[in-house]
Design a protein around this ligand. Sequence first.
Ligand code: NAD
Ligand code: ZN
Length: 251
Amino acid sequence: MELLPKDSLETIRNADKIVFLTGAGISNESGIPTFRGEGGLWKNFRAEDLATPSAFQKDPNLVWEWYDWRREICQKAKPNPGHLTIAKWQKKMKSVSLITQNVDGLHPRAGSHSLIELHGNIFRARCTKCSEKFHLVNDGFDHSGLKYCKHCESLLRPDIVWFGEEYDQTLLTKSWELCKQSQVVFVVGTSANVSVPANLAHTAIRNGAIGIEINPDETNLTPSMKHHFDGKSGEVLPQIWKEVFPNESLE
Ligand code: NAD
Ligand code: ZN
């Protein structure tokens, strides 16, 4: 069965800017739990209780333990056909951008370039005092618990945008620009509960893009989308690729 009608296929083929906005759902099939789905709890804490500046202030050891546990899951996980399809699309067309809320590093491991990681990366830490950044694995911080800066010996924190924190302004400006210029925006595996990513999708649509959502559930964004596919991104994205590029294999 065909997923997309002819006019949408044409819009995708002729687009000079396409944006993929991805969230935790795209990594679910790689075995990384979403925050609100099954397996999203750790020792009975909700993410909202741990991913905040005040949680870190109160108990940095607990917060690091949670990130150490999540980092190990991310390290063992492998990119799935959803990540790989986007990476292949970016290799084929320069005009395809990727903005992710994910911190798991699976998009770059799938081969995605020009990637905006809006919420940071779980493999990075930064100094709470001098702001120096470190790669946790490559720079030898792969142990569990508290970690300290190699320059000023202050406490390191995960290089993640926590609930209630400001986004990196440069990344945000670039994301708005990309969304404004796009003719197609794919919204993949995000609940759109976080306002910035949801606003990015709305900006693209207000500026004339068609919206295509891939999510087994409906979200706040669904009514604004031209198409909603209630399936898994690892299955739907390769199918869309086949319809858009019928003569090109994904291998
Ligand atoms: P979310 O947990 O709020 O929502 C995930 C969405 O993905 C849901 O709407 C769900 O229906 C959908 N989904 C589940 N399985 C799917 C599949 N196979 N294919 C397509 N969609 C699927 O996640 P969010 O909206 O990304 O936002 C929560 C925050 O959590 C973000 O800030 C993100 O940084 C962080 N987070 C990241 C990761 C990661 O890096 N992998 C994991 C958990 C949470
Ligand atoms: Zn420092």
